[in-house]
Design a protein around this ligand. Structure first.
Ligand code: NAD
Length: 276
């Protein structure tokens, strides 16, 4: 196989101002990427070929970005990394808009004009591992096409949506599986990376909403060290590359073994221990 090289491919990354997205941008550069467009509310400090100020929680802003990306004369997008995301320090409705409604809108509308042979990689989370418990509600929600109806569904299902973070990431995992088949129709693949806690500017927000005890327990249950942004960026890059050419519809756990240890009963969440 030729050496991994992203030269000549148009790559779109959402949420690349900081954290995992910024690390991915840097890593891709090291593998020859020379056409990176960032969609974010903040302009990245790194040099990029394109920056489109985009609020992933706002459908008009997303549609403007799509119009720019698909304007005549622009190269087709080969790789889309849906990485932007927020924590439940924001209202549940905002979390759901940014983490899933916006991700889905951008993907659905960009996919038909993407370069066959390309790929879409979503940043989900181990926080979405509980999706089987809500699969019926998630399927119902994901089947809604209209933005406004999606927002109404969120308002009508506060019991299952809760603080928005866990449910939004459950939706990203299920969306990845559901849309992977449709992606093949365009010659594309779709997968996700599911990180456990990562040392990024977002981590303090998770400590605030989930408690230090849970975050530290998740880190100890996994590799015993917190993930770096680059740990996650490496996995994102792999799933976007030709190394993963037959991988489709997979939610890849990049959690240092956290889920494996939990599912085999080697560790129990702090709350469960308290009950005994
Ligand atoms: N840090 C963790 O512990 C962790 C764990 C699991 C999953 N994740 C996921 O990783 C992804 C990246 O997060 P991170 O940890 O690198 O945090 P981060 O805050 O460093 O990065 C988030 C990026 O999204 C951008 N962003 C925020 N709101 C936006 C909006 N409305 N529209 C467009 N862009 C917006 C930010 O400017 C930033 O560039 C998120 O989807 C997050 O849910 C993070």
């Amino acid at each position: 196989m030729q050496q991994l090289n992203f030269a000549g491919k148009r790559i779109v990354i959402t949420g690349a101002y900081s954290g995992i997205g910024a690390s991915l941008l840097e890593l891709l550069r090291g593998f020859g990427a020379d056409d990176i467009v960032v969609l974010d509310i903040k302009e990245p400090e790194a040099d990029v070929e394109g920056f489109i100020e985009t609020d992933m929680g706002n459908p008009l802003s997303i549609d403007n970005a799509i119009a720019e990306l698909t304007a005549e004369g622009n190269p087709k997008v080969s790789l889309l990394f849906n990485n932007a995301g927020v924590a439940a320090t924001l209202p549940a409705d905002t979390v759901m808009r940014i983490n899933i409604l916006g991700l889905k809108r951008l993907t659905q509308r960009l996919m038909p004009s993407m370069q066959p042979g390309g790929a879409i990689v979503n940043t989900a989370s181990v926080a979405g591992n509980g999706w089987p418990e809500h699969v019926n509600e998630i399927n119902q929600f994901l089947e809604i096409d209209s933005w406004d109806e999606g927002v109404s569904w969120i308002a009508d299902h506060t019991d299952v949506v809760a603080d928005g973070y866990f449910f939004s990431k459950e939706c990203v995992q299920v969306y990845t599986m559901r849309a992977a088949k449709a992606a093949t129709g365009f010659g594309l693949r779709m997968n996700s990376v599911c990180p456990s806690p990562v040392e990024t500017p977002l981590l303090p927000a998770f400590r605030e909403t989930m408690t230090d005890q849970i975050i530290d327990w998740a880190i100890e249950t996994g590799a015993g060290r917190v993930a770096t942004a680059e740990d996650q960026a490496r996995a994102l890059l792999s799933l976007g590359s030709e190394l993963s050419v037959y991988i489709n519809g997979v939610n890849l756990l990049v959690d240092g073994g956290y889920t494996a240890a939990l599912q085999t009963g080697q560790f129990t969440p702090p709350g469960a221990v308290d009950v005994e």
